[in-house]
Design a protein around this ligand. Structure first.
Ligand code: SF4
Length: 309
């Protein structure tokens, strides 16, 4: 069993990346955004300060131990914004010296206007930034960024990185009912995409309990219709359940279900109780929820899960 302070977790099943070995480079909810749809809850440390939030040596030692799990990707993501880790470039170089497993970075993209951040990500194989709004007002409503990051500054970073990065560049667009899931807003997003020139655009929506209850999912038919407004059409990220059905992930799920049969728990309670990384617990809980085996309930602003008998 692993410790709750672990920096490397999984492999976890990923809709896009197969079996993904996650690397967490910042303390829980250290992020430059506080997105209304965040599956990890509200941001507790909203910052643009880049520093060595975790020990690079410790991360590398954990990674070395986990390479025997033969992941499809090593993914810098986790419980906040990975580019806030000031030694991301050194980390990627060290991983490249250790294995041929490709490195992906899932980022909110908010710091790509900084030349050193762009330089540090250049050695990655795949970079997936987010773009959730087509103007300043909706950007502030949805992503709730640090004051100092304007919409134009963020967008400029996404555009500049494309011109300097030769790896795969996929843009994730998270659509929300009542905010951006209408033609006029998607039209603005599509204009931004023309300027960014990513290799792919992937549309996503709420599939997990969000930070704020007013972040609402977009129905599948509407997602398909809105995807067609991009040129070329965007791809709606496929259902993940097939991946979650893989037997290597069944054991952890059973353990979580047993815990939730005893008492209702938040994902953090489960992570601490079972010594799992919070992102791993989220993956399992969303699968159990989809199967109708657990149900969420909100109490005192915290989302708890209980087993359905
Ligand atoms: S969704 Fe990502 S970028 Fe947004 S608050 Fe959560 S961790 Fe930060």
């Amino acid at each position: 069993m692993t410790s709750p302070q672990q920096h490397v977790f999984g492999p976890v099943p990923s809709r896009r990346l197969g079996r993904s070995l996650g690397v967490d480079l910042v303390p829980f909810k250290t992020c430059s955004y506080d997105c209304i749809y965040c599956q990890l809850g509200r941001t507790t440390n909203k910052t643009t300060e880049r520093q060595e939030w975790v020990q690079l040596d410790e991360v590398l030692a954990e990674l070395r131990d986990k390479l025997s799990t033969r992941p499809d990707y090593i993914t810098l993501s986790g419980s906040g914004e990975p580019t806030l880790f000031s030694r991301t470039g050194e980390l990627i170089d060290a991983i490249k010296g250790m294995t041929e497993v490709p490195v992906a970075v899932l980022t909110n993209g908010s710091l790509l206007w900084q030349p050193e951040v762009r330089r540090e990500l250049r050695a990655a194989d795949l970079v997936v930034p987010s773009l959730d709004a087509g103007d300043e007002m909706r950007y502030r409503h949805i992503n709730r960024p640090c004051e100092s990051i304007s919409f134009e500054k963020m967008l400029e970073g996404l555009i500049l990185f494309r011109s300097e990065f030769s790896g795969a560049y996929w843009l994730e667009v998270f659509l929300l009912a009542g905010y951006t899931a209408i033609e006029a807003e998607v039209g603005k997003l599509a204009e931004c995409v023309k300027r960014i020139r990513p290799d792919r655009v992937q549309l996503n929506t709420v599939t997990r309990p969000p930070a704020d209850a007013f972040a609402e999912a977009v129905a599948p038919e509407a997602m398909a219709r809105l995807a067609a407004l991009f040129t070329p059409p965007a791809e709606v990220i496929a259902d993940y359940r097939g991946v979650h059905g893989q037997s290597d992930f069944a054991a952890g799920r059973e353990e979580i279900l047993n815990m939730l049969r005893r008492r209702p728990c938040s994902v953090e309670d489960v992570a601490h109780g079972l010594g799992l990384h919070i992102n791993e617990v989220i993956k399992h809980v969303e699968e159990l929820n989809a199967q109708g085996l657990v149900e969420p309930s909100l109490s005192g602003g915290i989302l708890y899960y209980r087993a359905v008998e």
